[in-house]
Design a protein around this ligand. Structure first.
Ligand SMILES: Nc1ncnc2c1ncn2[C@@H]1O[C@H](COP(=O)(O)OP(=O)(O)OP(=O)(O)O)[C@@H](O)[C@H]1O
Length: 948
């Protein structure tokens, strides 16, 4: 334990201290002379050295916070706490030797230093010596010296000598006066390092300084100080005591360049975004803390912080505690409804005052934000521009374009008025069949000039609407229809069904790379084939003016061959009709290419879109656009200008309980070997002089060969459904070989599924059914038509796919009702996959015929005829008629069902048959890159959230 200092030792130390101070004053004086002599950049600025009359006028005491900081310091109770006293690093009056020592020693270690330690040339770079950085007013040098040589608490006469170093900002008189009253113990606080300073001035302590600010004249001290007139003395003293600093923008942060001040450092430490850069020895912060920092700095009597460029506000203003709104606030406008936008911005008194002047103002107590009618948008933005310390970004240009009419005069209608389109030029069959919501869809499309994303829920009839819109622009045809390959022929059928004015010759389904893309009036091509027709596309004489893209989310990735092939076509087309029930399956970024296709001017740069709607973040490896932001606004924008989306629940009253669809699967996918087997089996059926038994055998063979041949098309269709976002559905098949192929493919793709066939025990059937019902993820139930058509409930799904046809419609309807039953509140989709050139050619008309008879007899409510094109579908060839007759006869005979079932059960492709995998096209096989790509989205399945 060290002994206390003797009186003599103390005296000695004090003497030394005084000597040191004197030396320092001389040194500073010499430097000052030197600078003045060479006419350096630190030339005096007379305007700054004088105080304007207004600056000397005492402030209105009624104004909150006026001079309050000073008053606080006058409070003796506060004064007794040295830590609370703002330290002035320029002080030449350390009250103890330790303090004096600390002043000299620590200055070198600190991020900000005492002015005397910083060469003037560095001042503007590091902000270390604000007084030296300022242009020194012309003050007699002996005054300077006098200060340093002075003893005890600052006196006005001494302060005069410090003027050259002082902040040139005008100071309020009262403030200066009150400072002179500051008791001596406050004047010699040693500087602290940033950490130490922060510790000594906790945020709570700091807060005591800030709000408890008495106003106005309370801070005024009577009389004069140091023999000088009070006014002059006060201002001079303030000049001495204040530390000057500046805020400098650095990217999305700002840096504070200022000398050391313990209280300021405590403020720094209280800000969440603080960061200290040891290299430059400065603190920096994010812009979110700017306003808080400025407000706090205004309350520090010895700190003058110049605002960021652009935030304006003079140095003098930054002193004023009565101007909290002077902190720079930045925000943006965000659309919150078709009629209103919100100001998403921090607090500013001035701004709130401005908001309150707007006629349509509305304060949302929940979001704590102000919102306004769109028609006041430009007025608000203009007015905010007059507030120098506020930056409110307007709505993006895209929104201004999309909502131009609302901005002019806001209509409070939740949706824009869409005029009725004149469809007199479109086939009446189509127009008269449109459901009301479909008609509204066509009107919307026409109102948008034939460019839209029709994003109706699955099964709502996007096809019929798209055909109608395309037919509205028939004069601009040839038409291009780009679709997943599994539905090319379904589209062909739909055109024939809904546009009787169109002859089959007008329709060109592109099946191979050698086919011509422009051979028809209506040209249907798959995405994958389109990307292989690059050469043809380049040589197109005139571009397609009308283009339909089915399942347009296939274009979500701009880097894919599909997207690269389709984009140039879409750019030059007049009408672009995009169809998708699931335009984005995991994130808004997936919408970008589709938005661009419909509205190329909206977001020409993805980055702008990414910043606003994808929560774009800069990562070490680049930008991450996988997030989502402002989804409400994005939805409004899409609905106003790009997209029409209705959910089944929105239009349930217009929908039939079951929506059946015949899907003509691609015969082109049946390979040569399978084709030969099928043809042989068909020929066998028409061979004359066959016994009844032989005829049945031939029929079974044909049926079996059909099953094999359909496998690749079936698998492709299932994969397309999964890729299109179908989460849960049932697939019914009949042949074991088909059931096996489907489950094998699902296993390969790791798609959750169950299987129920003749080999499944009763106990397992129920358990599997429950498993499917309760599954929250995507799942496929692979079911045997005959083994799972009764007694099971799969109401958690709303889609049934028949991979194969069955000759008994009663069985089919029972199978459909696994989904369409009590507990089902949705309209159910039923897809029958029908393959041309197979037994389906005969089974399908047969099924319809039987259904017709049943319904005529009042035994069935089902009307298959609505959804089929059976009359066109049946071949008129006499040979084929014979096969049809044979089918009909066979199935009408008693017991033939059983015989057929047995035959199917025992059917084994074996050696006599082709290998199942032989029937699969290359692209269907698991190993192909195409098919692998289709399941990428499952990787993100768990994080899936619909952005809409
Ligand atoms: N107005 C209508 N009149 C008769 N049938 C209709 C009508 N609208 C739709 N359909 C039928 O409903 C079924 C589903 O229609 P469509 O395939 O166009 O739906 P979608 O919206 O394209 O579904 P997905 O997104 O699943 O492809 C089809 O069989 C279609 O013929």
């Amino acid at each position: 334990m060290s002994l206390p200092l003797t009186e003599e030792q103390r005296k000695k130390i004090e003497e030394n201290r005084q000597k040191a101070l004197a030396r320092r004053a001389e040194k500073l004086l010499a430097e000052q002379h030197q600078r003045a002599g060479v006419g350096s950049s630190f030339a005096a600025q007379p305007a700054q050295s004088k105080q304007s009359s207004s600056q000397n006028v005492p402030r209105d005491p009624s104004k909150p916070g006026s001079h309050g900081v000073i008053f606080k310091q006058q409070n003796p109770s506060t004064s007794s706490n040295g830590d609370r006293r703002p330290y002035n690093s320029h002080s030449c009056h350390p009250s103890t030797p330790e303090q004096a020592k600390g002043t000299w020693k620590r200055q070198e270690e600190m991020p900000t230093a005492c002015p005397s330690h910083s060469p003037p040339s560095q001042t503007t770079l590091t902000g270390i010596s604000p007084p030296l950085a300022q242009s020194p007013p012309q003050v007699p040098s002996q005054q300077l010296l006098g200060c340093e040589l002075g003893q005890g608490p600052p006196q006005a006469s001494q302060e005069t000598k410090w003027t050259p170093f002082a902040n040139t900002t005008p100071k309020p008189l009262a403030k200066a006066r009150s400072f002179q009253k500051t008791p001596a113990p406050f004047s010699g606080q040693p500087p602290r390092d940033p950490e130490l300073g922060a510790n000594m001035m906790s945020p709570s302590t700091l807060r005591q300084h800030i709000p408890d600010i008495p106003c106005g004249s309370g801070s005024m001290a009577p009389g004069t100080e140091g023999g000088l007139p009070q006014k002059l003395g006060a201002s001079l003293h303030k000049a001495v005591s204040s530390q000057n600093g500046v805020c400098v923008r650095n990217g999305d942060r700002f840096q504070v360049k200022i000398g050391y001040n313990a209280e300021l450092i405590a403020v720094f430490k209280s800000l969440p975004s603080r960061s200290y850069d040891p290299a430059t020895k400065t603190w920096n912060f994010s812009m979110t803390d700017y306003s808080t920092l400025m407000k706090a700095a205004q309350r520090l009597p010895k700190v003058t912080l110049q605002p960021l460029e652009g935030a304006e506000g003079s140095v003098a203003q930054t002193h004023l505690p009565s101007a909290p709104s002077l902190g720079f606030v930045k925000g943006r406008c965000v659309l919150i409804s078709r009629a209103r936008f919100e100001a998403d911005i921090g607090y500013s008194e001035d701004l709130i005052a401005l908001f309150k002047q707007m006629d349509s103002r509305n304060y949302d107590v929940q979001t704590k934000k102000w919102n306004f009618l769109l028609e006041e948008h430009s007025k608000l933005i203009e007015r905010v521009r007059c507030l120098p310390q506020v930056r409110l970004d307007p709505l993006p240009t895209t929104l201004l374009l999309a909502f131009a009419s609302q901005l002019e005069q806001t209509s409070l209608r939740p949706a824009a008025d869409i005029p009725e389109a004149d469809l007199s030029g479109v086939d009446p069959k189509l127009v008269s069949n449109l459901l009301p919501f479909q008609r509204a869809g066509v009107n919307f499309a026409v109102a948008k000039g034939g460019r839209l994303l029709l994003a109706d829920d699955m099964g709502l009839g996007k096809t019929i609407q798209a055909i109608c819109v395309a037919a509205f622009y028939r004069k601009e045809w040839p038409l291009l229809v780009v679709v997943p390959s599994s539905v090319r022929f379904t589209w062909e059928q739909a055109f024939l069904q809904w546009l009787p004015s169109l002859s089959p010759d007008h329709i060109n389904v592109v099946v191979t790379g050698k086919d011509h893309l422009t051979a028809g009036l209506v040209n249907i091509v798959s995405f994958d084939l389109l990307s292989k027709l690059e050469k043809q596309l380049k040589q197109l004489k005139s571009p397609f003016k009308v283009v339909i893209i089915d399942e347009s989310h296939f274009l979500k990735n701009s880097k894919t061959a599909r997207c690269r092939a389709a984009t140039p076509l879409l750019k030059v087309a007049n009408r672009v009709i995009l169809l998708s029930g699931t335009p984005a399956m995991s994130r808004p970024a997936e919408l970008y290419t589709q938005i661009l296709a419909v509205k190329p001017t909206f977001f020409p740069q993805f980055h702008a879109f990414g910043l606003r709607y994808c929560d774009a973040k800069r990562m070490p490896w680049g930008w991450d656009y996988s997030g989502s932001s402002n989804l409400g606004e994005l939805k409004l924008l899409l609905e106003e200008a790009v997209m029409l989306r209705r959910l089944k629940s929105d239009v349930l009253s217009q929908l039939p309980a079951k929506q059946r669809k015949m899907v003509v699967v691609a015969p082109g996918r049946i390979n040569a070997k399978a084709r030969a087997s099928l043809d042989a089996a068909a020929k066998e059926m028409t061979t004359k002089n066959k016994t009844k038994q032989q005829q049945k055998e031939a029929l079974i063979l044909f049926f079996n060969r059909t099953a094999e041949a359909k496998i690749p098309c079936v698998i492709e269709y299932i994969l397309d459904l999964l890729e299109s976002g179908r989460e849960k559905f049932l697939v019914f098949a009949h042949h074991k070989v088909v059931l096996d192929a489907i489950t094998k493919e699902l296993e390969r793709k790791h798609v959750q599924h169950i299987r129920i066939d003749g080999a499944t025990s009763s106990a397992d059937r129920e358990a599997l059914c429950q498993q499917f019902q309760l599954s929250e993820r995507h799942a496929v139930a692979v079911l045997s038509i005959t083994a799972a058509n009764m007694g099971l409930t799969f109401s958690s799904a709303d889609l049934v796919v028949f991979a194969e046809l069955f000759w008994n419609p009663g069985v089919l309807i029972q199978a459909e009702d696994r989904v369409h039953r009590i507990g089902q509140s949705r309209s159910v989709g039923i897809h029958y996959l029908v393959a041309r050139g197979t037994a389906d050619d005969y089974l399908w008309p047969l099924i319809q015929e039987k259904i017709k008879i049943l319904s005529e007899a009042g035994l069935s409510e089902t009307k298959f005829s609505e959804m089929t094109e059976a009359t066109d579908y049946l071949y008129k060839d006499p040979k084929q008629q014979k096969i049809y007759d044979l089918f009909q006869k066979s199935f009408e005979e008693d017991g033939s069902d059983m015989e057929l079932l047995e035959a199917v059960e025992s059917f084994d492709p074996g050696s006599g048959s082709q290998d199942t995998e032989d029937t699969l096209d290359e692209s269907t096989l698991t190993g192909s890159p195409l098919k692998k790509r289709r399941f990428e989205f499952f990787d993100n399945w768990d994080s899936f959230t619909s952005p809409l």
